[in-house]
Design a protein around this ligand. Structure first.
Ligand SMILES: O=P(O)(O)OC[C@H]1O[C@H](O[C@H]2O[C@H](CO)[C@@H](O)[C@H](O)[C@H]2O)[C@H](O)[C@@H](O)[C@@H]1O
Length: 243
């Protein structure tokens, strides 16, 4: 979920029914309020933000699903509207695989961070990278040059093994859709019945029991597994600002 939507959602929830939501969603409003003080909504503090950005380069970091594209039932057809133009240097940070989101967006001069930041592609231009560990240079079919950064590469064999097990153990549950996001995997349960959901959750947890370095997190009607390392979205934000 994009930060502006998260803020909108949380602000809305808080004003509508804070006590119910506190209980139901286990939200710590105190730490959320102190976080918000340091990171105010760009819409609420628009003038302040524009003033602070004077003579600076503005960079937008955008989530893909639910931000640049609408949420739809089939994750393979969550296309972006063709009216969306790129006005600023733009990065998309997404849980999807980098290749898939590139196919959906097809813009060459933007930065893509796939697998929640574990697979980053930047246009090849003078970059500030000093340590080229986990980096590779590449050229696409059109001849565009890019730098790819994949800090979780060494986990790929284990990720592939987890994906294979998940596929086997969830095959009999109707409506499940597994999405290979390269460095993580989404288990979609939007089309799984409430009766089958418990079974699905059990199967997914049992696969991960044998892989303690990996963890399960919950999104919008999908669960994902990824490495326990801190190579995730906050890391990729810092990386993108740095290069
Ligand atoms: O980080 P994001 O770009 O927000 O990716 C998060 C997940 O988004 C996708 O799933 C969500 O969108 C689907 C299409 O609208 C929807 O069917 C699904 O229920 C949503 O959770 C994507 O398919 C996942 O792999 C991403 O992890």
């Amino acid at each position: 979920m994009g930060i502006p939507r998260l803020i909108a959602k949380l602000s809305n929830l808080k004003s509508v029914s804070s006590s119910t939501c506190d209980e139901d969603m286990d939200i710590n409003w105190h730490s959320y309020d102190s976080w918000l003080e340091k990171h105010p909504s760009a819409l609420v503090e628009f003038q302040k933000m524009i003033h602070g950005a004077e003579r600076k380069k503005i960079v937008l970091f955008l989530d893909y699903d639910g931000t640049l594209s609408p949420i739809v039932n089939d994750p393979d057809i969550a296309f972006m509207s063709d009216k969306l133009a790129v006005f600023f240097p733009t990065s998309i940070i997404t849980g999807r695989s980098r290749e898939k989101v590139y196919e959906f967006v097809r813009l060459d001069n933007i930065y893509y961070a796939g697998s929640h930041g574990m697979d980053i592609m930047a246009p090849l231009q003078p970059l500030r990278i000093k340590d080229w560990k986990y980096h590779a240079k590449t050229v696409d079919r059109k001849g565009n040059k890019f730098v790819i950064y994949q800090p979780a590469n060494k986990y790929l064999p284990e990720i592939n093994q987890i994906q294979k097990l998940l596929k086997e153990r969830t095959a009999a549950i109707e409506g499940v859709k597994l999405e290979d996001n390269k460095f993580c995997m989404s288990v979609h349960f939007r089309n799984v019945s409430d009766e089958d959901f418990g079974k699905l959750e059990e199967e997914v947890k049992s696969v991960l029991e044998d892989h303690p370095r990996f963890r399960l997190t919950r999104g919008k009607r999908y669960s994902r597994d990824s490495t326990t390392s801190d190579i995730e979205q906050d890391h990729s934000l810092r990386y993108l600002i740095f290069i």
